[in-house]
Design a protein. Structure first.
Length: 343
């Protein structure tokens, strides 16, 4: 299934049905009077967050969605039927934005969450509604009110526990394939990953969802490379795992580039819990590992984990740290975390 995290759609709620003008015409019933019924209400446009979706591909080839209009009123005081509502099924983490791509109209974060985006138009009144003591045979009706319409942007921000960040070719895809059942594309060249991948890690009664984000470059927060489009996918992560390619000459500069982009994106990423890991340590000598680890710790002020996704070096220990970090991050959101946690 092709991954699509952004789509523009046009939605319209149903128009209300028109009121009916009708008079009773029955044998042996004199002066029957008006009996035109009201029109039915138009259908709503409803957003529903459902389980099992992780892409907006359903909205790539169909962009126009209209709810059913209400039926017109009928004689014998019959009210027209309400139009069927239209339900857009969206993956968890979808934001609905106005056409300016800035105003958030809805944010679907919980499975089962439903939001009425547009309400259907009310049905018009039939002529029986205008009967009075002075107007026994009204010939007045009202048309149904039109439904609401608008164009909106759907933007998917993946909901994961851990987001993998780093420069291109830092080994993020290799790591997620080593710890989960995900099988992302892996290659010895930059930008192998062109769209986010999700991996599920299970430990006894605990689960951890890891999002593999395409590699960042300098200026990503300003739209360079794959830009801010994929930085948004780590907004909802509980913690960040920053992988640094240990085979590069200047690992401190690599760390600084990504850290600068995260800080420039905004406070939502700037204050995320970050775990730093020096990757591809199987290709380094012990002296090189010690030197680069010390340099990174001095630059970041945090402990640096040693890792090799290919050889499995440090993977289990790092996963234990990630489980603890996510547990702390979720507790912090609920206001129950201790302040002395150190990843």
């Amino acid at each position: 299934m092709k991954f699509l995290d952004e789509a523009k759609v046009y939605v319209k709620s149903g128009d209300g049905g028109n009121g009916c003008m009708s008079f009773r015409r029955e044998k042996y019933v004199a002066l029957g009077g008006p009996d035109g019924g009201d029109g039915g209400r138009g259908g709503d446009v409803i957003l529903e967050c459902v389980e099992g979706l992780n892409t907006l591909i359903d909205y790539r080839y169909q962009q126009h969605f209209k709810a059913q209009r209400g039926n017109h009123g009928m004689g014998r005081d019959r009210t027209g039927a309400k139009g069927n509502s239209l339900t857009l099924k969206l993956p968890q983490g979808t934001q609905v934005l106005a056409e300016d791509k800035e105003t958030v109209l809805a944010d679907l974060t919980e499975v089962g969450q439903t939001i009425v985006l547009l309400k259907g138009g009310n049905g018009g009144l039939g002529n029986v509604r205008f009967k009075s003591s002075t107007n026994r045979a009204p010939r007045r009706t009202e048309p149904g009110l039109p439904g609401e319409e608008m164009s909106v942007w759907l933007r998917l921000k993946l909901i994961a526990d851990v987001g993998l960040v780093g420069l291109p070719n830092a080994g993020k895809s290799t790591f997620i394939s080593a710890v989960s059942g995900a099988h992302p594309k892996i290659g010895a060249y930059p930008f192998t990953t062109l769209h986010p991948n999700l991996g599920m890690v299970r430990r006894m009664d605990s689960e951890l969802v890891i999002a593999d984000i395409p590699g960042l470059i300098e200026g990503a927060s300003d739209g360079h490379g794959l830009g801010t489009r994929f930085l948004g996918h780590v907004e909802r992560c509980g913690a960040l795992l920053h992988l640094i390619d240990g085979t590069d000459e200047d690992v401190v500069e690599n760390y600084r580039i990504v850290r600068t982009e995260l800080d420039a994106y905004g406070e939502v990423l700037e204050n995320k819990l970050e775990i730093i890991a020096l990757n591809k340590c199987d290709a380094l000598l012990d002296a090189q590992i010690a030197e680069k680890k010390a340099a990174l710790e001095a630059a970041s002020g945090h402990e640096v984990r040693l890792l090799s996704g290919v050889a499995g070096l440090g993977v289990d220990d790092l996963m234990n740290v990630l489980f603890d970090a996510v547990r702390h991050a979720r507790a912090a959101e609920a206001g129950e975390a201790s302040e002395d946690f150190q990843p």
